[in-house]
Design a protein around this ligand. Structure first.
Ligand code: SF4
Length: 148
């Protein structure tokens, strides 16, 4: 894994849940609570996608949520990264091929990091955030014209 060096601010995260059973969402909360406490690294959940660097998405995405998810993604400022948490969002999971499911999530918005599992452990979610952080560092350098 690369070294985190250049992203100059805390990493703020927005969580969108689209048809999740809630277990993936609870593992995200577990990553924030005292046992893992990612806020000590400056990683915190925010209430608006306009303030977020990273979008965490859970669930298989029912048809009526797809437009809302696109709008959430479009509201985020650049540079931004998307992490899919759980099998439902990664592949459809147990809902694969259901009549009202339009996921997996990468059919709707671009995805940077996948965290498989049903649900994944908090350690895997934290590892994914670090991977997204590395992507954001690279994008920020490109935006500043320091790297092709
Ligand atoms: S991947 Fe499993 S735990 Fe996560 S939302 Fe789907 S069914 Fe629930």
């Amino acid at each position: 894994m690369g070294k985190l060096t250049n992203f100059k601010r805390s990493l703020w995260v927005f969580h969108a849940s689209g048809g999740s059973c809630n277990a993936c969402d609870i593992e995200i909360i577990a990553a924030l609570t005292p046992r893992y406490d990612v806020e000590r690294f400056g990683i915190k959940l925010v209430g608006s996608p306009r303030h977020a660097d990273v979008l965490l998405v859970t669930g298989a995405i029912p048809r009526d949520f797809a437009d809302k998810l696109r709008r959430v993604y479009e509201q985020m400022p650049d540079p931004k990264a998307v992490i899919v948490i759980g099998n439902c969002g990664t592949s459809g999971g147990v809902f694969y091929d259901s009549y009202n499911i339009v996921g997996p999530i990468d059919e709707i918005i671009p995805v940077d990091v996948y965290v498989p599992g049903c649900p994944p452990r908090p350690e895997a979610i934290i590892d994914a955030v670090v991977k997204a952080w590395l992507k954001l560092e690279k994008l920020e350098k490109q935006l500043e014209g320091k790297e092709e």
